[in-house]
Write a protein that binds this ligand. Structure first.
Ligand code: SUO
Length: 440
């Protein structure tokens, strides 16, 4: 069994459109120019770094944007160029919503259970429907197609359809999911949620809670997890109101280790007690109180949106965003973690600022998928990281991506054409087959 971090390749329309209420970075940077080429190269450098640590790394492709399929479904007609020109003229906001490169945050692409944990011994993957935010909801169909193309072998994989319905089963994927395990104990799946569709639970007052309890319960069922392996904590409403729109803004776990802010979950001491009971004495946690690390700093600097990686030597390393190094409270907390009685022995700060400015740190950019050698061998797409793939992708980015993009540049039909040309080439590079609408 090996964990692979499937990073989202940042798409050519990466821009700051201010689309996500409750995501303070997105709101703050809305309207500013972005740098798509730099963004994609920053993402590739993170992949290189993780791979060189000896950790499994792979890549998921961007999606075609603007989404012409969505614009056509909303009544814009004519050629591709006419659809964009008409949307730009009559409904510019819809054009912005359908132009986001948000599929880069693959933590939100799906929730996955490895074969070791599921009743039928297969890997189960459920694409997130992302219904809470329109610009993200339109990712689900293509994500489903991409996952079906990569995890095609039914002997090893079951790719479910996204959860049905609208707001009741709102699902944001692995951003609200952590799998913990210790030797000799069954793995525990922590599936968090922010609101309930049918139960009367006090939620946030200011910002939307995205994931429902009912979605998390449905994922546990679909993935055939034993009830004793599932824990369903509520995200703290005050944490959401402070800008923690996903669980992974204030908590991250790996194997026998969980680090969290006191405002990550409702009644976190109870959660930690449950985890200790299920995982035994080897389980370790580090909690930041609001006095040590004010939630405002945690939301701005994203120390919890780190990747906690198991290294070949048995220790763990944290990949944190450089914003955490620049914020004294966040940095002090991470240094305390490295010095503490837990498996983490190093912290590395990486620059993913282009993504951070839209509220996506290192953890948002990756989907963790644990595969056996046989499962990995069943994947025929060329999505696993290698220096050669890196070279190919970096050259592809340099060839197709713009240096600067202002939000209003999505009005330019040429940008859509450039994106289609780039993605068509990418599917050949990654041996994915035809996964996009425009290739059908
Ligand atoms: N896991 C991190 C997700 C960040 C993502 N940001 C955005 O969609 C911002 C896009 C913009 O405002 O242009 C979100 O909020 O879902």
């Amino acid at each position: 069994m090996r964990e692979y971090n499937f990073d989202g390749l940042i798409g050519p329309t990466h821009n700051y459109a201010g689309l996500s209420p409750g995501n303070l970075a997105s709101q703050h940077h809305g309207g500013q120019p972005s740098h798509p080429r730099e963004a994609a190269l920053q993402g590739l450098e993170k992949m290189r770094f993780v791979s060189e640590l000896g950790v499994g790394q792979a890549v998921l492709p961007p999606q075609p944007r603007p989404s012409l399929r969505t614009l056509r479904a909303l009544g814009f007609t004519g050629s591709d160029e006419e659809v964009i020109t008409r949307a730009a003229r009559d409904a510019e906001h819809l054009l912005r919503l359908t132009s986001s490169a948000s599929a880069m945050w693959t933590a939100n692409a799906a929730t996955v259970a490895p074969s070791a944990d599921t009743a039928d011994g297969r890997v189960h993957l459920t694409p997130a429907n992302l219904t809470q935010m329109f610009h993200r909801a339109i990712e689900a169909d293509t994500t489903h197609a991409v996952l079906r193309a990569i995890f095609a072998d039914p002997k090893h994989f079951q790719v479910h359809a996204p959860l049905p319905g609208a707001a009741h089963f709102a699902d944001e994927g692995a951003a609200n999911h952590t799998r913990l395990f210790t030797p000799g104990h069954k793995a525990v799946h922590v599936l968090a949620w922010g609101r309930s569709a049918w139960q009367d639970v006090k939620g946030p007052q200011r910002f939307p809670a995205r994931q429902t309890l009912e979605s998390s319960q449905a994922l546990a069922r679909l993935h055939q997890l034993a009830p004793e392996q599932v824990v369903l904590p509520q995200q703290h409403p005050d944490g959401i109101d402070a800008g923690a729109f996903h669980t992974d803004v204030l908590a991250v776990g790996n194997e026998r280790f969980l680090m969290l802010h006191a405002l990550a979950f409702v009644e976190h001491p109870k959660l930690l007690q449950t985890l200790r009971e299920k995982l035994g004495d080897a389980f370790r946690s580090e909690v930041a109180t609001d006095a040590e690390l004010p939630v405002k700093d945690a939301v701005r600097a994203y120390p919890f949106n780190s990747q906690v990686l198991s290294l070949p030597d048995g220790t763990m390393a944290i990949i944190a965003p450089i914003e955490s190094r620049e914020t004294p409270t966040a940095r002090a907390f991470l240094e305390r973690v490295v010095a503490g009685d837990n498996p983490v022995k190093a912290v590395h700060y990486l620059d993913v600022r282009q993504s951070m400015n839209n509220g996506g740190g290192p953890a948002c950019l990756r989907q963790r998928i644990t595969l056996t050698d046989a499962e990995r061998a069943a994947v025929t797409a060329d999505v696993f990281y290698s220096p050669a793939l890196h070279e190919g992708l970096a050259a592809w980015v340099r060839k197709h991506y713009r240096d600067v993009l202002k939000p209003e540049d999505v009005r330019d039909p040429q940008l859509a054409r450039e994106t289609m040309t780039a993605l068509d080439e990418l599917t050949r590079l990654l041996k994915l087959g035809s996964v996009y609408d425009f290739q059908q």
